[in-house]
Design a protein around this ligand. Structure first.
Ligand code: SF4
Length: 261
């Protein structure tokens, strides 16, 4: 099942050679069919088998414990990328350390923007241009780190917001100068209740801000508590049209390829 990289950009089934190995797009489509009725842990196992250089990207937010626990059961030394925007709640930094110890995660890499002080010296860019701030503090460091990987696991779920409503288990994203990168969403079909139940049943650490009304947790200046009945991400960039940080965008748009389950 390995992707046998490199493949041509776009990652189709090849140029007609009988020995051509399917590229990332075809692999994502095939795995979406194969794993359609499988558990999240099986989706992670399939990803580990299919993508030789695979990472998990985690915000160590409200629901992150479930995915990290599942991944640790499949491959404890799976590389985990944690983006520290230097605008996070102190509770998130403490939670990250707690979860790492509890789950025995041995390969967490903390990503930070190398030039944040240069481009946002007073730390107020989020007020005037939040898209630029996210691009500086989140997207750029992640894109740089992902150059070393052919795929990444995310914690996104369909219930979280409209833009995620059609999320498949496997999708791909284009990247400059190389084959498409595969993206895996093992929890795509989980509900908020599924996540809470899993965290409780496995006695996983809880992000301390959840009990204070934060069902979705990003940077401190851009996250507020959520009232009963509101969307779980209503507290993110409240009062603006922004609802994604940009790490799941290409050229400013949500881009998905591969068959949706
Ligand atoms: S969430 Fe807010 S503070 Fe964090 S990177 Fe984006 S705009 Fe900046």
């Amino acid at each position: 099942m390995p992707l046998d990289l490199p493949h041509p950009p776009g990652g189709g089934a090849g140029t007609g050679s009988p020995t051509a190995v399917p590229g990332p797009v075809a692999t994502a489509a095939r795995l979406n069919v194969q794993m359609r009725h499988h558990e999240a842990i099986d989706v992670i196992r399939a990803a580990v088998e299919a993508v030789p250089r695979l990472a998990l990207v985690s915000s160590f937010g409200a629901e992150s414990g479930a995915l990290l626990h599942l991944a640790s059961k499949v491959k404890r030394d799976l590389p985990v990328l944690f983006i520290d925007t230097e605008m996070l709640f102190p509770e998130t930094l403490a939670y990250q350390r707690e979860v790492a110890v509890k789950l025995g995660l041995t390969r967490i890499t903390t990503l930070r923007a190398a030039d944040a002080v240069l481009h946002d010296p007073d730390g107020l860019l989020h007020l005037s241009d939040p898209d630029a701030c996210c691009a500086l503090r989140k997207t750029a460091p992640l894109q740089k780190a992902l150059r070393d990987f052919d795929g990444w696991i995310t914690g996104r779920k369909r219930f979280q917001s409209g833009q995620r409503a059609a999320l498949p288990h496997f999708e791909t994203e284009m990247r400059d100068g190389g084959p498409d990168r595969i993206k895996i969403n093992p929890l795509a079909f989980w509900s908020a209740e599924d996540v809470a139940e899993y965290i409780a049943e496995n006695n996983l650490p809880r992000h301390p801000l959840v009990a204070r009304g934060y069902p979705s947790i990003g940077c401190a200046p851009c996250t507020s508590p959520v009232k009963e009945g509101e969307d779980s991400r209503a507290g993110r960039w409240r009062g603006t049209a922004k609802d994604e940080c940009g790490i799941h965008f290409e050229n400013g748009k949500v881009v998905r390829q591969g068959a949706s389950t």
